[in-house]
Design a protein around this ligand. Structure first.
Ligand SMILES: C[S@@+](CC[C@H](N)C(=O)[O-])C[C@H]1O[C@@H](n2cnc3c(N)ncnc32)[C@H](O)[C@@H]1O
Length: 292
């Protein structure tokens, strides 16, 4: 359940008319050693973000058909990608990132998790010049769009996603939506301050400030037309998902692996997972399979 303080910030944001202007990230690709390390650690099985990675892995699996070729735009240290790849062992994944240091961490993650169905490439998601038109079955991306400089670059990334995707392909793109109040942004960044490195808190705050608005995301996703719907969390678009309308049945393997990963979460992580399930479900985006 959200704490009373969190609920208050959500309600205040929902009631606020004036929007805090966007403050772009200091850098687009993440290259700072302390930042990349902190982000990688937070995403590991024992980290703060493990529950969100399992959540998005289940949701993403509902757009991935058996044997699909899937591109992940801005894979970072591949903590998210490794979980999705584990849930879909018969699919083939291509992780793209502009940062050499992130790609090196991604390689470590894949080895540590024993994941063999992922290849990694250095590229910019707004210019996928090495990728042919209609060459992938699914496009996924998690928590990366807010790194793009402006809406022109956001549009360029969506154009590239559409170009490389086969007609009718699957889409699961999720990121923060910008809260309207700076106090709300600071609250979320600092909510777990005591349990995370200061650099992670600072980067979280930067991400909240750099998030695109819901309207920006809706505009950018317009290039996919009726092939996608916009999903969002309850009360405020704290998280926004651009998801293809087509559903793939969730595979038995995906269910089994998700259950195993859920069982390995700590009690705190499980509570966070269930809160996230409710946060999206009350916004109209249900999780199709509960791993408990
Ligand atoms: C916050 S991390 C998210 C990583 C991963 N998707 C996750 O959910 O854990 C954002 C990643 O996007 C990468 N990135 C930012 N802008 C990019 C661009 N224009 N092209 C490719 N990668 C980019 C950064 O280097 C970073 O690794």
């Amino acid at each position: 359940m959200p704490s009373p303080a969190m609920l208050m910030h959500l309600l205040l944001d929902a009631a606020t008319r004036r929007e805090q202007a966007r403050v772009p990230e200091p850098t687009m690709a993440m290259t700072d050693a302390a930042s990349t390390e902190a982000f990688m650690m937070a995403g590991r099985e024992d980290g703060l973000l493990a529950h969100t990675y399992l959540y998005h892995a289940i949701q993403a699996s509902t757009v991935i058909a058996p044997g699909a070729r899937v591109i992940d735009l801005g894979c970072g240290p591949a903590n998210q990608l490794a979980v999705i790849a584990q849930l879909n062992p018969d699919a083939h994944f291509i992780g793209i990132d502009a940062s050499d240091s992130m790609l090196a961490l991604a390689q470590e993650t894949l080895q540590r998790c024993g994941v063999c169905n992922v290849e990694l490439h250095k590229a910019s998601i707004e210019a996928l010049s090495d990728m042919n038109d209609a060459s992938v079955d699914v496009v996924i991306s998690t928590m990366t769009l807010h790194h793009l400089t402006d809406t022109a670059m956001l549009d360029a990334a969506m154009r590239e996603a559409k170009r490389v995707l086969k007609p009718g392909g699957g889409i699961y793109i999720v990121d923060f939506g910008r809260l309207k109040r700076e106090k709300g942004q600071a609250f979320f960044a600092n909510d777990r301050k005591a349990t995370q490195p200061d650099i992670f808190t600072q980067d979280y705050y930067n991400s909240m400030r750099a998030a695109f608005s819901l309207a920006d995301m809706v505009n950018a996703s317009g290039i996919f037309g009726a092939a996608v719907g916009i999903k969002r969390t309850f009360l405020v678009p704290f998280l926004v998902a651009i998801r293809s309308t087509h559903n793939e049945p969730l595979k038995d393997t995906s269910r089994r692996v998700a259950k195993t990963l859920y069982a390995a979460l700590s009690a705190r992580q499980r509570r966070d997972f269930r809160d996230l399930v409710r946060f999206f479900a009350h916004g109209g985006f249900a999780l199709p399979f509960k791993p408990w």
